[in-house]
Write a protein that binds this ligand. Structure first.
Ligand code: B16
Ligand code: MG
Length: 219
């Protein structure tokens, strides 16, 4: 048995912040006169803030100056953060806390690997910051998923080999990043969307303790 490490994406895996991102982006899109639907919002999952704005502008076939982009990016983040003010542990997705606790009880190293620049305050507000031995977020990386940078840094900080890392991800780009890094990818969500993942579960309630034990024990 070689020592394993578990890397969690944040949005869509630990908490469902996609709905808050959507509301904030929708306000920007409305002001820009761009139609932006919940279906369009799928394109922004796991994608950086800067790239998200570019995708919305592409949807509306609009071009704006860099100065205006900076203004929209600031407004989006202020709006998003204002929605997180009252966030607490009730926002943690079902069975995530139990899995984190199970891993801690089995002395498994845990890291966060997220594109979000707001990851730390979210972990703090939901009361699970202390479960993480390493946090790698949008402030630490230069290349966005599917580039494996975020997960490779996380594995390095956990002091484990990439092939011994297990990644929980809800986005296609994140699954691809984990696969490129030769990590074990576990998709959380729709199996038709996340078909490139090694294992796929609708959510954490579908993951048994035996399954996690087997991951820990795998050679
Ligand atoms: P922020 P993840 C990603 O987080 C979100 O999925 C994505 O929708 C968001 O645009 C991105 O974080 C950046 O977030 O504006 O907070 O820096 O899924 O990689 O945890
Ligand atoms: Mg995600």
């Amino acid at each position: 048995m070689s020592s394993k490490g578990f890397i969690f994406d944040l949005d869509g895996v630990i908490v469902d912040t996609a709905k808050y991102h959507f509301l904030a982006w929708k306000k920007i899109a409305d002001q820009l006169g761009i139609e932006f639907t919940e279906e369009n919002n799928e394109l922004l999952k796991g994608v950086s803030r800067v790239r998200s704005l570019d995708i919305i502008l592409e949807l509306g076939r609009k071009e704006v100056s860099q100065q205006d982009k900076n203004k929209w990016l600031l407004q989006k983040n202020e709006d998003y953060l204002s929605q997180l003010v009252d966030m607490d542990s009730s926002e943690i997705l079902p069975a995530v806390f139990e899995v984190l606790q199970f891993l801690k009880d089995h002395n498994q190293p845990i890291a966060l690997g997220s594109a979000s620049k707001n990851a730390r305050p979210i972990l703090e507000k939901t009361g699970i910051l202390s479960y993480f031995d390493a946090i790698v977020d949008g402030n630490d990386v230069t290349n966005a998923k599917p580039d494996p940078e975020v997960f490779l840094i996380a594995a390095q900080l956990l002091n484990i080999k990439p092939e011994n890392a297990i990644v929980f991800e809800d986005s296609v780009a994140g699954i691809q990043a984990a696969n490129i890094a030769k990590m074990t990818s576990i998709g959380i969500g729709d199996k038709t969307v996340l078909h490139q993942a090694k294992f796929i579960f609708k959510d954490f309630t579908k993951i048994s303790q035996e399954f996690i034990e087997d991951l820990i024990k795998a050679p």
